[in-house]
Design a protein around this ligand. Sequence first.
Ligand code: PMM
Length: 279
Amino acid sequence: MELFASLRTLVMGVLNITPDSFSDGGSWLSPDGAVARGRRLVAEGADLLDVGGESTRPGATRIDSTTETERVIGVIGQLTAQGHVVSVDTLNAATARAAVEAGAVVVNDVSGGTSDPAMLGTVAELGVPYILQHSRGEPATMVDLARYGEDLVGEIMAELEARVAAAVAEGIREENLILDPGLGFAKEGPQNWRVLTELDRLQSLGFPVLVGASRKRFLAEIVPSELASDPRERDFATAAVSAIAARAGAWAVRVHEARPSRDAVRVAAAWRAAEGGAQ
Ligand code: PMM
């Protein structure tokens, strides 16, 4: 699959090999179970798979890179050997390197290179696309850092631009950068909605944009209150956000269930084509 040539928004399927992710923690811990889950996500419409071994949910405690690498490496090796396109979701340069050596073709770093000082240089050396996500602080502290002035999206853009400059200074090529506003990372409920309404501004920075709304807490307010505590109940709301993000021109949506978003991004593609005059 050509990562940057698709006319429609791509669907990135989430594969968390962690005991403690908020959305699916503990579900895919065995390597065979994780590989089967990855294959299923692809069968249901995922264009690429985002494999992670460390939870970044608010308040999560960090694990070492060796433990993280052990969790993901065999699964990445198997999935890529079967022809699947894999990104590695990691804060650690050593894990990113091991994952790319095992076949991953994208590095996804929710800290935008602020967590591990070796990350940007390592990605530059590996020469792979890099998803640079906006956040503030660490998972343990980010909730307290969700304070912005009048222009929330302007602040996020300025902070992303500073990280882009750092990435380029370390040798990452601009055409290998993908930006992500980091929904739920140092952002509270309404702030996430605000970001979604201004995706066009984020895209004006000139980079592909990834949107990761899937199952996040700000979607809990959408579902009936008796279901709100179960993240899986947010999958329909997630698909609706996928349609809107794709309509706004997002490069990809990162989701736990591929099938609803597979159709959502195709609805948006048909919509955009019809607007452009295609019959
Ligand atoms: N969200 C999570 C993890 N990794 N990566 C990117 N680029 N964007 C996100 O929004 C994002 C991410 C948290 O969700 P999970 O724990 O269910 O994977």
